[in-house]
Write a protein that binds this ligand. Structure first.
Ligand code: BG6
Length: 911
């Protein structure tokens, strides 16, 4: 066979047809550096994968039976179309036992770059009678195996349905990695995932550990894992990286001693030197309609079909770019997929003119859906009964539609519900008591419907931060005590309302549509006569306030012109404050926001009240919301809790914070202070925080955290903190540095937020455990933060960026691990490579920088505060590392490196 391509004029990759001792055809791929891969046509199975030094990376049993049709114990058998015994076929399906053919003219693979690669195309077709008898579907399985110049091995599978009926299949690359000793290896990337335990009737469990180590038999299918998992072989100092885009599951298998003895094609002790880790699609079999083709990385076909059916019926007035031929995950408006593109997890279609009833069996088929926003459309009909299928649903926004009928009776089917907005519809009937069984719900908005009956007791729902039941005129009073905890605007228009003020984030009741039930004569629960009296009283106050405003404006204008009748002095003597403050007081009376100079926002508190608010996070000092104003401006609003400072001190601190203008400090745009509410308004950073990008679910706006980005975050954050430390005569302390307070600006530079709040907060505010991992030892004792404790916290963030781990996390057996201590212990063992985030191991030429950054981080987290570097020194040190950097490109695949003490990184990507 011809070599697949040349490299310069010297050596070329070669592809040869050879025979094994049984006469079975094998393909030998060799790259110009001497790395090689051997593939048997028996099973299309990779049997050997060697580095350029000749080290074998795959395990094959010395007792393996290499004669077809027996499966070969070792290498990379392909399990298809069945995994294990989950079906009527023989164990792991038939593909591994069949003779595959070399394919000389395979269908083109759009994204394959052959440069420097030795590769071969194999095909398995269902044409033979034997196969058709056991699995009566016509298919073609095209397999490309390629060996890159850097030694990486890639398998790309494509399965095509050439039948007239649909079929489903599972697939796994049952990869036997060769390892020094099973007791010495660790497997990372499966933390917190659910798995099906084959040893316990495929029962579902959740992985508790930080990494997997092995002490006994293991036989599991981990579900929905990240794209990269890694096997660390401590003894050989070798790391296998398995990139498996498009394959959601991971099989982990080692038979251990007893089972190994029972397997005739495995030596008794050989289990010690093998570990199977497979990229796979098992839990949710892949269904192909006639003519369809699947390849890892392809669209989530089932979900795509469901959405197309939904679209056909709902006919939005705004055209959407959804069609069968475009890729869902990267292209379709309003759709977000999970990390490996196997499921749709969010659908956001606000205000696109969706019309009519949600067709059954469409949206409900998106069983991985977490966010559904269909607000501000023209959706009618009842609440779709089949939404009960959406078990993962966390955010549901159906407000501003024409939905009617009762609310779902059993809310407890959506265990993850966090935010629900069904306001401004025509729902009637009672509020379901099952809401009280939701343990994660933070925001519930049922306002402006026609709900009636008792208000259920939601006092037990401790997670609830925002509720709005307003303007459901038939709800029975009296208002229960637990509801009185919330602002009045949460329950105006129901029962009997006590007097009091409204509050932020509770939209004032909008004018009700004709179609809504008409308010009866009990305005806000009061009789018509009393209401009229109040209207008159309120009018008088408004007129008085208006006169007051006009007077002040007149006074201010005159003062600015310099011809005022009242001098500054006089005014100060009289009111004890400057004209500016005088005006600001007056503005407070009218609930005004105090904007900082140069701020180009033009909204006021009223606008903020009307804005739709979404909880972004609950932090140490309060809850942050994303507020979207009517003109579509998004801002982040922090609602502070436990403020101890009085108004004047609060304002002073806000002036200091708002005075900082620096590209790496999130700018405070405005604030609001009243007895009941303290708000801070910032720009909204759509890319999210470093914490969410590192540890959170990686949605639509996710930026892959490559090394370049991590460096930019670090340099940005360091500069931002250094700038903060200069403020207030060099005395300002940030006090709450953590990865959730560092955001990415449009250039991916780190920007620091949430600064300077310790000074205004109650010292008695309970310490939040999440903060604990960032807190310097001396702060734990004294509860007093300093600039040097900021340096410590910054060091923890740096460790987070280097390791990809949270500052406090748990292992199997619920052992609590402190990142700082863990890094210390690993580094002490002198195997630094193990510390780094496996996602970083795919980049070349960064090892040195990572180690330098690790040293910098370690210097920040030393126990003795006075031995930590200053922030300004850190900026210099980090910039030095960054400046020395040449361009760093992520490798498309990963490679085995030399064994001269450094870790060896290799990956059968696509596996
Ligand atoms: O012996 P086989 O057919 O190659 O399978 C090996 C093992 O593969 C694992 O993936 C299965 O879960 C085990 O049950 C099975 O024993």
């Amino acid at each position: 066979m011809e070599p697949s391509s040349g490299v310069g004029s010297e050596k070329r990759p070669t592809v040869d047809l050879v025979k094994d001792k049984n006469g079975t055809d094998q393909i030998l791929l060799q790259n110009p550096k001497g790395a090689s891969v051997k593939i048997s046509l028996h099973g299309g199975q990779v049997l050997s994968w060697k580095t350029e030094k000749g080290d074998e990376l795959l395990f094959t049993s010395s007792k393996a039976n290499l004669k077809p049709p027996h499966p070969v114990r070792g290498g990379i058998p392909i399990c298809f179309p069945q995994f294990g015994t989950r079906g009527s076929l023989e164990q792991h399906g038939f593909a591994r036992n069949k003779i595959w053919l070399v394919e000389n003219n395979p269908p083109a693979l759009p994204s394959f770059d052959p440069t420097g690669k030795a590769y071969v195309d194999l095909v398995l077709k269902s044409s033979d009678e034997d196969t058709m008898r056991i699995w009566p579907f016509s298919f073609e399985f095209h397999l490309r195996v390629s060996l890159a110049l850097d030694g990486n091995l890639t398998l790309i599978s494509r399965v095509r349905n050439i039948n007239s009926k649909p079929f489903s299949f599972a697939i796994a690359y049952h990869t036997y990695f060769s390892i020094s000793d099973i007791s010495e290896v660790r497997l990372e990337g499966l933390e917190t995932l659910d798995y099906l335990d084959n040893m316990r009737d495929r029962e579902r469990f959740t992985e508790q550990g930080d990494a997997l180590t092995f002490e006994s038999e293991i036989d599991r299918v981990y579900l929905n894992s990240k794209d990269v998992v890694a096997v660390f072989d401590h003894e050989r100092k070798r790391t296998f990286l398995i990139r498996k885009e498009g394959l959601p599951d991971v099989v982990v298998w080692n038979p251990w001693e007893k089972k190994a003895r029972a397997l005739t094609d495995l030596g008794d002790d050989e289990y010690k030197h093998m570990l199977c880790v497979d990229g796979a699609a098992i839990e949710k079999p892949i269904t192909l309609k006639p003519g369809e083709e699947w390849t890892a990385n392809s669209d989530p076909l089932e979900d795509k079909r469901a959405l197309l059916e939904f679209l056909t019926i709902m006919r939005p007035t705004r055209s959407l770019n959804w069609n069968e031929t475009s890729q869902v995950c990267n292209i379709w408006t309003g759709v977000t997929c999970n990390q490996d593109g196997s499921r749709i997890i969010a659908v956001r279609l606000p205000g696109v003119g969706l019309n009519g009833q949600i067709p059954p069996n469409t949206i409900s088929r998106l069983s991985g859906l977490r966010v559904l926003s269909l607000r501000s459309n023209l959706i009618s009909g009842v609440f779709p009964a089949d939404f009960v299928e959406l078990k993962d649903l966390a955010f549901l926004y159906l407000q501003d539609n024409k939905l009617s009928g009762p609310l779902p009776l059993d809310f407890s089917v959506w265990k993850n519900l966090t935010s629900v907005n069904l306001s401004n519809n025509r729902f009637n009937g009672t509020i379901p008591g099952s809401l009280s069984r939701l343990r994660r719900i933070q925001s519930l908005n049922l306002a402006n419907n026609s709900l009636s009956g008792d208000i259920p007791d939601l006092s037990v729902v401790s997670s609830l931060q925002h509720i709005d039941l307003s303007n459901n005129y038939d709800l029975d009073g009296p208002i229960p005590d637990w509801l009185r905890r919330f602002p009045l605007s949460s329950y105006v228009g129901i029962g009997i309302i006590p007097p009091g003020n409204g509050s932020i984030f509770q939209p004032p009741p909008p004018p009700r549509e004709q179609t809504h039930q008409k308010p009866k004569a009990h305005f806000f629960g009061l009789s018509e006569t009393v209401f009229l009296l109040i209207v008159i009283a309120v009018s008088i106050v408004v007129i008085a306030a208006l006169a007051f405003v006009l007077t002040v404006c007149y006074v201010r204008r005159n003062l600015r012109r310099g011809d005022g009748v009242i001098s500054d002095n006089k005014l100060q003597k009289k009111g004890g404050m400057s004209p500016e403050k005088f005006v600001s007081r007056m503005e407070d009376v009218n609930n005004r926001l105090s904007f900082f100079e140069g701020c180009n926002y033009s909204f006021d508190l009223e606008d903020l009240l009307r804005a739709s608010a979404e909880v972004l996070g609950k932090g140490t000092f309060g809850t942050t919301y994303k507020a979207v104003l009517e003109d579509a401006t998004s801002v982040a609003v922090k609602r502070l809790k436990d403020v101890a400072a009085g108004k004047r001190d609060f304002e002073q601190q806000m002036e200091i914070i708002g005075g900082i203008k620096h590209e790496n400090v999130v700018e405070l745009k405005a604030y609001y202070y009243s007895k009941d509410e303290k708000l801070m308004v910032y720009d909204y950073f759509s890319r999210g925080s470093v914490a969410s990008l590192l540890h959170g679910n990686r949605g639509e706006n996710r930026i892959p955290l490559d090394w370049e980005t991590r460096m930019k975050i670090t340099i940005g954050a360091a500069k931002g903190i250094a700038r903060i430390h200069k403020e207030n005569n060099g005395k300002l302390v940030h006090g709450n540095i953590k990865s959730s307070n560092i955001f990415l600006n449009s250039e991916n530079n780190g920007c620091v937020s949430d600064l300077g709040l310790t000074a205004v907060m109650s010292p008695l505010a309970p310490p939040i455990s999440r903060q604990a991992g960032y807190r310097a030892p001396e702060v734990t004792d004294t509860r007093k933060s300093s600039q040097l404790s900021d340096v410590y916290s910054f060091g923890v963030v740096l460790l987070e960026l280097l390791t990809g781990k949270s500052p406090i996390h748990t292992t199997a057996g619920d052992e609590i691990i402190h990142l700082v201590r863990w890094v210390h212990s690993v580094v002490r063992e002198e195997w630094t490579a193990e510390v780094f985030d496996i996602e970083l191991l795919r980049y070349t030429n960064i090892e040195e920088e990572m180690v330098e950054m690790l040293q910098i981080a370690m210097s920040c987290v030393v126990k003795a505060a006075d031995q930590r570097p200053k922030m300004s020194d850190l900026v210099r040190l980090i910039e030095n590392v960054g400046n020395r950097r040449t361009s760093i490109e992520p490798e498309p695949e990963l490679k085995p490196k030399s064994e001269n003490g450094a870790s060896e990184t290799s990956t059968p990507s696509e596996i």
